[in-house]
Design a protein around this ligand. Structure first.
Ligand code: DQA
Length: 148
């Protein structure tokens, strides 16, 4: 039997506060709510998901390397504010042979100027933003479409 393809879903700083953090921007779902729906969706798609969150940049770098070492099908990455600052995360994406799907709940381009640059987008396969928690569902569908 062939192994179930793996999608790692990596979440960066402050996303542990989803549900209570600026709900007018990010909605009322918690990260656990989103994770539970992704688990169900993954099962229906025949994928395995490994969903994590950290407030520390280096953890995200290490987990991207891990996705490469595990031969993941894709990484879904919401790097939070590190999106706009982190060349280390950009370089980690470049350094692995795994497509990375950038995700945001909000649409950073419709917000403050400092959110208009994305070091993740410059290295990612593609980006999905602005659909609230549904951005993650769309990203998992995009990951499934990478299977061949
Ligand atoms: C975010 C957008 C970022 O600009 C912000 O720093 C976040 C959340 C989003 O999902 O909309 O932390 O990545």
């Amino acid at each position: 039997m062939t192994e179930t393809p793996l999608v790692m879903v990596l979440n960066g700083p402050n996303l542990n506060l989803l549900g209570s953090r600026e709900p007018q921007i990010y909605g009322h779902d918690t990260l656990d709510d989103i994770a539970a729906r992704l688990e169900d969706q993954a099962q229906a798609l025949g994928l395995a998901v490994d969903i994590r969150q950290s407030n520390h940049e280096g953890h995200l770098v290490d987990w991207l390397h891990e996705a490469g070492a595990r031969g993941a099908l894709a990484v879904i990455l919401n790097a939070g504010a590190f999106t706009h600052t982190s060349i280390a995360i950009h370089d980690a994406i470049k350094g692995i042979a795994v497509p990375v799907i950038e995700v945001h709940l909000s649409n950073p381009h419709a917000r403050e100027d400092f959110r208009h640059i994305s070091f993740v987008a410059k290295a990612a396969k593609g980006s999905i933003s602005g659909f609230g928690a549904a951005s993650y569902r769309l990203a998992l569908d995009a990951a499934a479409a990478l299977r061949h």
